[in-house]
Design a protein around this ligand. Structure first.
Ligand SMILES: *Cc1c(COP(=O)(O)O)cnc(C)c1O
Length: 367
């Protein structure tokens, strides 16, 4: 049997270790996972009520058109319902985009470091990858523009960017889109949109009619707290969405997920309170990092990428033995950093104590 030869070179996604596994390994009673940018405050209470108190008809296929959620999202974003396609997380939308627009002979442009699924899926579809290093965590849009050639089919923008946390500024984004060839698909992944300060929002959805080559991705996995249910979506011109819809599986989001997302969407209060708590925690943690002289990248998200005086792997190992899981930068394409999801205030206090002690030890050794 011949498989796509690229599959012999790639490996499956390496998930963070399961909490249970780590507890057993290090004999810990409690583990705090700050590794996947999940919402530490859970999800809307209304979703809990729905899941517990509804008659679920799991024997029936889901609505393949995601009608109710579609209507609600379209109304919220003030767009036509036909400008939406839903996915099993925005991960699946990335896959659908690659399936639809990437084939051998084309190339695709993205930042590095950035969300790894763009590269993974584009490679599987046979693209050549052009990675443009970020500058202080920010996309180098001029560099990306220069990298575009006649074989470029898709450009990936991630704002705020995972793993750096930095946004693409409004003016920069507009200037890029105005100069990017119109036959190049531009994907703007806004997975952390709800965490951004509102005056930094480039409001690209309102300007979609000016950019028929633009696709915007959003998800219910981060601020909405529904990562386990898998719902994300793309917003674009109707024409573009029609193409993506062909490449989509007919029942790719479950009934439970669709209904939960619909209920979550209506609970603005939950998003507001998550944002507010996240901001307070972020400020306090940034102050702490400054106090020990550790650099961090600008972030408009619920995580911080922190430069570490020893390898990120070593800091990761130290933290995991003390009950905290973070993501070592070595796995994300940025050595000597760790990416920490901002958790509950009390957990952050503990992690600060641990990092303070570690910093003291490193300083002593260097004396
Ligand atoms: C988490 C994340 C996603 C994936 O989200 P799902 O909707 O859970 O698949 C996509 N893009 C970025 C940048 C992310 O950080």
């Amino acid at each position: 049997m011949n498989n796509k030869s690229i599959l012999n070179e790639l490996s499956p996604y390496k998930p963070g270790k399961q909490v249970k596994e780590i507890k057993e390994m290090y004999g810990l009673n409690q583990i705090v996972k700050l590794a996947s940018n999940e919402n530490p405050y859970g999800f809307s209470e209304n979703v809990k009520d729905y899941v517990l108190n509804s008659m679920h008809e799991f024997n029936i296929y889901p609505d393949g058109y995601t009608s109710e959620l579609r209507t609600a999202v379209a109304a919220k974003l003030k767009i036509n319902e036909k400008q939406l396609v839903f996915g099993n997380g925005s991960d699946e939308i990335v896959q659908i985009i690659c399936r639809a627009y990437i084939y051998p002979g084309v190339n695709t442009v993205m930042a590095t470091p950035t969300f790894p699924q763009y590269k993974q899926n584009a490679l599987i579809e046979g693209a050549q990858i052009k990675e443009i290093p970020t500058i202080d965590g920010y996309h180098d849009l001029e560099g990306m523009l220069t990298a575009i050639d006649e074989n470029t089919n898709v450009v990936w923008l991630c704002s705020p960017n995972n793993p750096t946390g930095s946004i693409i500024e409004k003016e920069t984004l507009h200037s890029f889109l105005d100069r990017c060839p119109k036959n190049v698909l531009v994907v703007l992944d806004e997975a952390y949109y709800e965490y951004m300060e509102s005056d930094l929002d480039a409001k690209m959805i309102e300007q979609l009619s000016a950019y028929p080559n633009l696709v915007i991705l959003r998800t219910f996995s981060k601020a909405y707290g529904l990562a386990g249910l898998r719902v994300g979506y793309a917003v674009a011109s109707e024409q573009l969405i029609t193409k993506l819809d062909v490449a989509r599986g007919p029942f790719n989001t479950s009934t439970l997920a669709q209904n939960a997302a619909l209920i979550a969407l209506e609970d603005d209060q939950f998003i507001q309170s998550s944002r507010a708590k996240n901001n307070d925690v972020k400020q306090a943690f940034q102050q702490f990092l400054t106090s020990i002289g550790w650099h961090y990248y600008d972030s408009q998200t619920n995580f911080l990428l922190v430069s570490t005086p020893i390898s990120g792997e070593a800091v990761f190992q130290y933290l995991i033995e003390n009950g905290f899981i973070v993501r070592p930068g070595e796995l994300l394409g940025c050595p000597n950093t760790i990416r920490i999801t901002l958790g509950h205030e009390s957990d952050m206090k503990q992690i600060q104590d641990l990092l303070y002690q570690l910093d003291q030890e490193i300083s002593k050794e260097n004396e």
